[in-house]
Ligand binder design. Structure first.
Ligand code: CP
Ligand code: NVA
Length: 302
């Protein structure tokens, strides 16, 4: 595996391989067992959007692996002043051993990989959030002991999270049911991908229909980064698309709740449900570190 640009590029075996390595690295970190697989390697971390978890977990993770992370804000880079990504890719490839990028267009990440000669990791685009979903799958497996045969439900926007969850769930043997309002469905290529999995994928309008007998219930913000101007319109469109106690009452009794964070209480999730599942949600946040270290080792180790 050369890059992590989107989960649909990965085979099921590659995804499971990353999850297995993530479990091992988590164990090693908890038991103070050194795992400096990337000694002497440098990772550039380009951020064109805000971040708490992705930035800190990549930076700390790279340090734990013996490597050197560089935080590169687009406010300070020439890319923020219009230098083409094709040139940035070729220049950074001469200094660094890997690039993590958080940006808007998926095309920018793909171009970085195409024009550069070093591994590229997608730290979120408008299209997908593969690192988050690897951490989500890791967390589900940790709590449930397996992925195969479980039912995932996603309530809300057909956004980067929904897209990656659909691909990640189906590739690891889960079924997934999503509920989104009209006009906020995932893009056609994701629906085409999901259609190949027959009745393992379902898209419905009513959140209660999607959540029936779910093992894992997941949601995300109604307005993603870059959509702040649409907040009012979105609040109207997503009214009722909330993970609350009524919704949880139709899921399995022992259903988990995950949220990539940041969360907006009383919008996509009630404070009550959030706090009842805080142990899962914050383990999920921690697992960003372990899952991403597994990705870094997979794509950057000699
Ligand atoms: N979930 C997630 O990606 O968080 P940040 O935006 O804080 O990185
Ligand atoms: N859908 C959200 C995820 C944040 C981690 C966004 O893109 O803002």
């Amino acid at each position: 595996m050369k890059h992590l640009l989107k989960l649909s590029d990965c085979t099921s075996e590659e995804i499971i391989g990353i999850l297995n390595l993530a479990d091992q690295l988590k164990y090693e970190q908890k038991h103070n067992i050194p795992h400096r697989h990337l000694e002497g390697k440098s990772l550039g971390m380009i951020f064109e959007k805000a971040s708490t978890r992705t930035r800190v977990s990549f930076e700390v993770g790279m340090n734990q692996l013996g490597g050197y992370p560089l935080f590169l804000s687009s406010n300070d880079l020439q890319i923020g002043r219009g230098e083409p990504v094709e040139d940035t890719a070729r220049v950074l490839s001469r200094f660094l051993d890997g690039i993590m990028i958080r940006t808007f267009e998926q095309e920018e990440v793909e171009k970085l990989a195409e024009y550069g000669s070093i591994p590229v990791i997608n730290g979120l685009t408008d299209y997908c959030h593969p690192c988050q979903v690897l951490a989500d799958l890791m967390t589900i497996r940790e709590f449930k002991g397996k992925l195969e045969g479980l039912k995932m439900t996603f309530i809300g926007d057909g956004n980067n999270m929904m897209n990656s969850l659909i691909v990640g769930a189906l590739k690891t043997g889960m079924s997934i049911s999503v509920a989104c309002p009209e006009g906020y469905e995932p893009p056609q290529d994701i629906l085409d991908f999901a259609a190949e999995y027959g009745d393992k994928f379902e898209m419905v309008r009513k959140p209660l229909d999607a959540a029936k007998d779910a093992d894992v219930v997941i949601t995300d913000v109604w307005a993603s980064m870059g959509q702040e101007d649409e907040k009012k319109i979105r609040e109207k469109a997503f009214a009722g698309y909330q993970v609350n106690s009524e919704l949880m009452s139709v899921a399995k009794k022992d259903a988990m709740v995950l949220h990539c964070l940041p969360a907006h209480r009383e919008e996509e999730i009630t404070a009550e449900v959030f706090e009842a599942h805080a142990n899962e949600i914050f383990e999920e946040a921690e697992n960003r570190l372990h899952a991403q270290k597994a990705v870094l080792v997979t794509v950057m180790k000699d």
